[in-house]
Design a protein around this ligand. Structure first.
Ligand code: F0G
Length: 445
């Protein structure tokens, strides 16, 4: 079945099974209707490979650009999705009736002088993925994963999470009508994310342990109980998350920036960005490959340590950072992320929690806002400008991965904009005189 948004000059690919799934370690190939999230032979990471779309270069760009038009609003939700707009290179075999879409994506690309001057570059763009339906970038991977869950007839879906994946999974599983199970580290998930996960109706298990323990258990449970695992090692999650890059390139008129920076934890997103850029380049959507900058929190930085010795060995650490979303010590998508950094001549850096929160204060204070982990992408740019790796005149896109309200406690603790809230409730007269004092104070002027 084709979408109503297709143009006659550029027909949509409609046949089923236009993709295969291949193990990156042993090369085993599987049908695209596989229920396996990892290789059944060797446990390695699987990757989706697509039949080349009918077009490349300007014609493929035109196909994707046409779908931004008003016709999108006359068809199914998938036609309005910033993920399914690129469906030929996400999951072309998915039929409209399989697609579980909110819709998602179509997130803004913003500029703010204060953030650019903090980072030290004149041409800084913020791709705000917190504007997705469950308020983080995870929705882009989750629409693809739940679509796949529906295609294979999954009876239940599960993930381990630091909070955002669980909120997104809960939302999309509710829409698909498939029971969802999430494993989260006890005491380390922010209030906003827990509230979403429970409100959307997922079964939540708080595990005594950290994210890495949760992921190990989720893998084992999915193996033993036949639950479909939708962590970012699931190859269909990667396909959806590629569209962050595709969409920002489209918003920039398919002109590549010099750098794309992002926070890195389990490395699913770094891997997805690398795959997106490799494919966009191979298909002639762009003629120059931007460099990926993955930014880790210093207390959870095995990948940054690996980068420092050219990834000679795979590292694991016991993770600790106040940026709880990226408190991960044993990233699952290590190999794919190494490939992404190598292919894009990218860079990996770690920044302290103090640097992350300094960036968050600036991002929050100009009315944009983000959760702590997201601010790492700007903190990392600042660090590399100071080291001379990023030039002050280069164009940088920093991806803000989650919304400020994901972690209200962190926002209140940092009081980013310097707003003066009165700590106790005031009477009417006290409130008026308080306002008078604030208006008259030199800080306000
Ligand atoms: N930013 C935010 C807001 C996140 O929630 C995550 C990951 C990342 C960045 C890092 O992305 O893992 O692909 O390198 N959150 C996962 C979760 C782990 O469970 O919500 P990554």
């Amino acid at each position: 079945m084709s979408m109503p948004v297709e143009t006659l000059s550029s027909p949509m690919i409609a046949a089923d099974r236009l993709s295969i799934v291949r193990c990156a370690s042993c090369g085993e190939t599987l049908d695209d209707l596989t229920a396996r999230a990892t290789c059944p032979s060797c446990g390695g990471l699987l990757a989706v490979e697509h039949t080349a779309p009918g077009h490349t270069g300007a014609r493929l760009r035109a196909l994707f650009d046409d779908r931004l038009g008003p016709a999108a609003y006359r068809g199914p939700a998938a036609g309005r999705s910033g993920v399914w707009r690129f469906r030929e290179i996400v999951l072309s075999g998915a039929r409209d009736e399989d697609i579980v879409s909110h819709p998602e994506g179509n997130t803004p690309l913003m500029t703010r002088d204060a953030v650019a001057s903090f980072a030290g570059v004149s041409d800084l763009w913020l791709k705000h993925e917190g504007h997705n339906p469950s308020a983080s970038f995870k929705d882009r991977g989750m629409t693809a994963a739940l679509t796949q869950a529906r295609r294979i007839g999954a009876l239940a879906v599960a993930c381990a999470s630091t909070g955002n994946t669980s909120a997104s999974l809960a939302a999309y599983a509710a829409q698909a009508g498939i029971p969802a199970f999430v494993l989260v580290p006890e005491g380390r998930v922010s209030a906003g994310k827990l509230a979403q996960t429970l409100a959307y109706g997922a079964h939540m298990i708080r595990l005594r342990g950290d994210f890495d323990d949760c992921l190990e258990l989720a893998r084992e449970a999915s193996e033993k109980l036949g639950i479909y695992l939708v962590n970012s090692l699931n190859p269909f999650r990667v396909e959806g998350q590629k569209t962050i890059v595709l969409e920002l390139l489209q918003q920039l008129g398919w002109e590549s920036p010099d750098w794309i920076s992002l926070p890195a934890g389990n490395l699913g997103n770094t891997a997805a960005f690398g795959k997106a850029l490799r494919e966009a380049h191979a298909l002639g959507l762009i003629d120059r490959v931007p460099r990926i900058l993955s930014v880790q929190a210093a207390g959870a930085a095995p990948f940054a340590a690996g980068f420092a010795d050219d990834f000679a060995t795979r590292r694991r650490v016991r993770a600790e950072t106040a940026a709880t979303a990226i408190r991960i010590g044993d990233p699952a998508s290590w190999d794919r992320a190494v490939e992404a950094i190598r292919f894009t001549n990218g860079h990996v850096v770690s920044v302290s929690d103090a640097e992350i929160f300094a960036a968050k204060r600036v991002i929050d204070g100009c009315g944009v806002g983000c959760e702590p982990a997201s601010a790492a992408s700007v903190a990392g740019v600042r660090a590399l400008v100071e080291k001379g790796v990023i030039g002050r005149g280069e164009r940088v896109v920093s991806v803000l991965t989650g919304h400020l309200l994901k972690d209200p406690d962190a926002a209140l603790a940092t009081r980013a904009g310097g707003g003066l809230g009165s700590d106790t409730a005031l009477s009417r007269d006290e409130a008026l005189s308080h306002l008078g004092r604030v208006i008259a104070s030199p800080q306000t002027k």
